[in-house]
Design a protein around this ligand. Structure first.
Ligand code: SAM
Ligand code: SF4
Length: 329
C-alpha cells in the first residue's frame, strides 16, 4: 500500500503524459516562452505502462487518470490505455482533457478501455474562450464533449475555472447548459500553479462566490460528507436532483485530510501532492535497471514523506517551481 504518516492511503494515480498543450489558458501557461521537457527525458510508453503495472499490482492503485499538459497530444495514448486495461486487477481509467481532438478519438479510446473523461470548458462564449485560452477552438471542445457522451465515456464531467472580469458571471449559465446536456459540472478554484506565478489570493473567485452566484438561479442541496468520500469536489443536488454540481475548493476549503492521490509526471517523477516541493525520480531507477520491488520501495518511501496539507491559504505558502501543465492537473 501507498500509506503516509497521517494514515492516508493513495489508491488514485494521476499520470501526466506530456507537458505540451494546444491551448494557452491564462491561469495555466504564458502565451509563449514556456520551456518544454526534452523528448529523451519523457517516459516512453513502455516505461509508463511498467510503472502503472507496479502501482496496480504491488501498491494498491485502483484508479488511473491520464492528464497533462494535453494528454490527447500523446501519440501512443490509445495503446497505453489498452495495455493498462489488460492489467490484473484492471484499474478504473479516466482522462482529463481540453476536449480538442476528442471528436476523432473518443470512440477508439472507449474501445481501448477508457472508462470516463473530464473535459475542461470555462465558458459558453466563443469570444471569451479565445481570450481565456488564447486559441479560437471553442467549437472543437463542444464537439469533443458531444463525442465523449456518444461514445459512452460517461458520466462526462466538465471542469470550469472562473476568472475575475472574464467569465465570473457565467456560473449559472454553465450549470443550466450542463444540466441540459447531461454533463456533470465542477467548478475548480483557481490555484497558484500557473507558470507565470501570477496568481493572487485577493483576486480569485472563491467557492463562496460561486455558490452565491449559482443560488441566484438554482436551489442547491448539499450531498454531505459520506457521499463525498475522498473526492475533491463538494457536491450539491441541483433543484432537488438528479443532476449535481461540484466545487473543488482547493484554496478556501482544502480537502487534504482525505487525499488519496499520488502523481507521476511525464518525466517520471513521483509527486505526493500538486503543491509538493520534493519529487522522487523513478525514471532514473527505471533506466538503471532497478527491479519492480526496488521501484515499489522508492514509491512507498516517497508517499511516507507526504505532507499533511498544501497550505494554500497560509501566508508562508511557496508556489512549486513546476507549473500545473508539467505536473499534471
Ligand atoms: N489539458 C487538460 C485540461 O485542460 O483538462 C489536462 C491538464 S489541465 C492542467 C487539468 C485541469 O487543471 C483543467 O481542468 C484546468 O482547467 C485545471 N487548471 C489548470 N491550471 C489551473 C489553475 N491554476 N488553477 C486551477 N485549475 C487549473
Ligand atoms: Fe492546456 Fe489544460 Fe493548461 Fe489549458 S489548463 S493550457 S488546456 S494544460
Amino acid at each position: 500500500m501507498l500509506i503516509d504518516t497521517y494514515g492516508r492511503v493513495a489508491t488514485d494515480l494521476r499520470v501526466s503524459l506530456t507537458d505540451r498543450c494546444n491551448l494557452r489558458c491564462t491561469y495555466c501557461m504564458p502565451e509563449e516562452g514556456l520551456q518544454w521537457l526534452a523528448k529523451p527525458d519523457l517516459l516512453t510508453d513502455d516505461e509508463i505502462v511498467r510503472l502503472i503495472d507496479i502501482a496496480v499490482t504491488s501498491l494498491g492503485i485502483e484508479e488511473v487518470r491520464f492528464t497533462g499538459g494535453e494528454p490527447l497530444l500523446r501519440p501512443g495514448l490509445a495503446g497505453i490505455v489498452e495495455r493498462v486495461a489488460a492489467l490484473e486487477p484492471r484499474p478504473q481509467m479516466s482522462l482529463t482533457t481540453n476536449g480538442i481532438g476528442l471528436r476523432r478519438t473518443a470512440a477508439a479510446l472507449k474501445e481501448a478501455g477508457l472508462d470516463r473523461v473530464n473535459v475542461s470548458l470555462d465558458t459558453l462564449r466563443p469570444d471569451v474562450f479565445k481570450t481565456l485560452t488564447r486559441r479560437d477552438r471553442h467549437k472543437d471542445v463542444l464537439d469533443g464533449l458531444y463525442a465523449a457522451r456518444e461514445a459512452g465515456l460517461t458520466p462526462v464531467k466538465v471542469n470550469s475555472v472562473l476568472m475575475p472580469g472574464l467569465n465570473d458571471d457565467e456560473a449559472p449559465d454553465l450549470l443550466a447548459w450542463a444540466v441540459e446536456h447531461d454533463y456533470e459540472l465542477r467548478f475548480i478554484e483557481q490555484m497558484p500553479l500557473d507558470a507565470q506565478h501570477g496568481w493572487k489570493r485577493d483576486g480569485m473567485i472563491t467557492a463562496g462566490d460561486i455558490l452565491t452566484s449559482l443560488r441566484t438561479r438554482f436551489e442547491l442541496t448539499p450531498e454531505g460528507e459520506e457521499a463525498r468520500g475522498s473526492a475533491p469536489a463538494e457536491r450539491w443536488l441541483v433543484d432537488g436532483g438528479p443532476h449535481r454540481v461540484g466545487v473543488i475548493a482547493s484554496v478556501t476549503r482544502p480537502f487534504c485530510a482525505a487525499c488519496d492521490r499520488t502523481r507521476l509526471t511525464a518525466d517520471g517523477q513521483v509527486r505526493t501532492c500538486l503543491f509538493a516541493t520534493e519529487e522522487t525520480d523513478l525514471r532514473a531507477a527505471l533506466r538503471s535497471d532497478a527491479g519492480d520491488e526496488e521501484i515499489a520501495r522508492l514509491w512507498k518511501r516517497a508517499m511516507w514523506g507526504k505532507k499533511a496539507g498544501a497550505g494554500l491559504d497560509d501566508p508562508t505558502f511557496v508556489q512549486p517551481d513546476r507549473p500545473m501543465s508539467a505536473i499534471g492537473g
